[in-house]
Design a protein. Structure first.
Length: 284
């Protein structure tokens, strides 16, 4: 508290999380939570502080609070580590949380979950097997994602996609199926699973080449995956379909920072071969 006023927030956060580590060695769990909370106030992505506060809350009997920090940790660093995985497993067992609501169960295994026609990866998620039921599931996933429950939204979309792809629902248009995939890409992006976001966007575009949000989201994912040339192509496609899209325009400005000056004209030139589609694309 008496340190220099220009101390970087990240360093200040590290000092608090290191203080928490000392408290852990003394099993002073309440002090651990306080120190880690200070650390996270300074830097919300301090992974060590998130893990240490989760561990402290677990020992204090606050399993729900502990799980919240574990989920935040995994949304920042999906691969986690052995300690986080072990703590996550303990918390899910203690809280009796279904497998499908665990981070990574569906989020990392789309192909496995849909490889068997008779395998329902999330039987506890009930979706009416009609076109209207799929629409309701999409809207519910939208609500969950907006409320901060990206994992639950992703799982619901995965169940809806499974129903559609297995032919268990009639009357679902390719446009709606495309939205399901681009919406799932949005959830993957929130969870920092950019490769999966890219794959879902590609599927969305295969189903509907006019889904400009899929181009935007794939461009964003590819930029974060350092695939800038491919991201550039997606931005051009998105702006050809929707020239005023703010996110696409922002991505174009970002890409211009990376593209050599002599090549910048290719980023600015819109594609003329694509025509705008209807405004019915209401993905998440």
């Amino acid at each position: 508290h008496g340190g220099p006023p220009d101390l970087p927030a990240e360093l200040h956060s590290v000092l608090y999380s290191n203080k928490a580590l000392i408290f852990i060695s003394c099993k002073r769990w309440n002090d651990v939570t306080v120190a880690c909370s200070h650390a996270l106030h300074m830097d919300g992505k301090n992974l060590k502080a998130l893990y240490r506060r989760a561990l402290a809350n677990y020992h204090l009997g606050n399993a729900r609070l502990a799980l919240r920090d574990v989920e935040t940790f995994l949304s920042i660093e999906p691969m986690g580590d052995e300690k986080v995985a072990e703590l996550s497993a303990k918390l899910h067992r203690e809280l009796n949380i279904p497998e499908s609501e665990k981070i990574g169960v569906l989020a990392g295994n789309f192909s496995e979950a849909s490889s068997d026609e008779d395998y329902d990866a999330s039987p506890e998620i009930e979706i009416l097997a009609t076109a209207g039921g799929i629409e309701d599931a999409k809207n519910e996933a939208n609500r969950l994602h907006a409320a901060g429950s990206a994992v639950k939204a992703l799982n619901m979309l995965t169940k809806a996609i499974w129903l559609v792809e297995r032919g268990k629902v009639e009357g679902v248009t390719p446009e709606t199926a495309s939205i399901l995939h681009s919406s799932r890409a949005g959830c993957c992006h929130t969870l920092r699973r950019f490769k999966e976001a890219e794959k879902n966007c590609t599927k969305a575009i295969e189903l509907n080449a006019y889904n400009y949000k899929a181009f935007v989201r794939r461009a964003h994912a590819r930029l974060l995956l350092v695939r800038r040339r491919l991201a550039e192509e997606d931005v051009k496609a998105a702006l050809a379909l929707h020239p005023e899209d703010r996110e696409a325009l922002e991505l174009k400005r970002t890409l211009l920072k990376y593209v050599p000056r002599k090549q910048q004209d290719t980023v600015s030139a819109p594609l003329q071969s694509r025509k705008s589609t209807s405004s019915s694309l209401d993905a998440i």
